[in-house]
Design a protein around this ligand. Structure first.
Ligand code: SF4
Length: 228
């Protein structure tokens, strides 16, 4: 006899298969260092992908090493990342996170995190200034290949509509819930495809339920269909 938990796990497998059939598979490419992903994710807060990419490129072009960034003044960092918005706030977080990392590890190599259980690796990262649940999960998933599941605004909205999260679930709880529901090997493809689906079909304001391939699996499909 299936309980609600088993049903959600079965449902998530079908959702992943439908998303892959619609958009194509997404394979993880671990081509960035953990510290790069960490800095990039801090830069991506409250701005567009384009502007955060430009801020990151500007940071790389202006400093020759992470040591140099850690040693720089907050104003100097803020000046080169200003295009990404919130320059001073992000500069402070980046500098303090790098300083903290260097003090705790003697450098910026975070590969040791792969040897820790997922929760312990995320806790280590979350002790760095400016690093929350989502940023830590991005580092673990995108750079270290661990089955963490970052929850951004698209993921949170779509997962709730799909009934994978309780309506009162917090973003923090959503990370743990989704990680425990999905097969670990699907973390990357599911994260990327859920964001794509949230941008194209399951939009915040006008979800296009009438053309959504997940309608049969989605408990809110009928409810939202007429708003599309
Ligand atoms: S059916 Fe509607 S609410 Fe459900 S996932 Fe698709 S677009 Fe979103």
């Amino acid at each position: 006899m299936y309980n609600a938990w088993d049903m959600r796990k079965a449902n998530i497998r079908q959702i992943i298969a439908s998303l892959v059939a619609e958009y194509g598979d997404r394979k993880r490419c671990l081509d960035r260092s953990p510290v790069s992903v960490l800095v990039r994710t801090i830069l991506s807060q409250n701005t567009s992908d384009r502007n955060s990419d430009r801020a990151f490129e500007s940071l790389l072009a202006s400093f020759s090493s992470w040591d140099e960034v850690a040693n720089a003044g907050i104003d100097d960092i803020a000046n080169v990342i200003r295009i990404g918005g919130l320059g001073e706030v992000k500069a402070r977080y980046i500098k303090r996170a790098l300083e903290d990392m260097r003090q705790r590890r003697g450098g910026f190599d975070l590969e040791f995190l792969k040897e820790l259980p997922l929760g312990a690796a995320r806790d280590w990262l979350r002790e760095l200034p400016g690093v929350g649940m989502k940023t830590a999960s991005c580092v673990l998933l995108f750079s270290l290949g661990m089955p963490a599941f970052p929850v951004d605004t698209h993921v949170f909205r779509v997962a709730k509509r799909l009934g994978l999260l309780d309506t009162e679930s917090s973003v923090e709880k959503a990370h743990h819930r989704l990680e425990s529901l999905m097969p670990p090997e699907d973390a990357y493809r599911f994260h990327v495809l859920l964001i794509e689906h949230g941008r194209k079909i399951c939009r915040a304001q006008h979800p296009r339920c009438h053309e959504c391939m997940l309608c049969k699996l989605c408990p809110t499909c009928g409810e939202l269909r007429d708003r599309g």
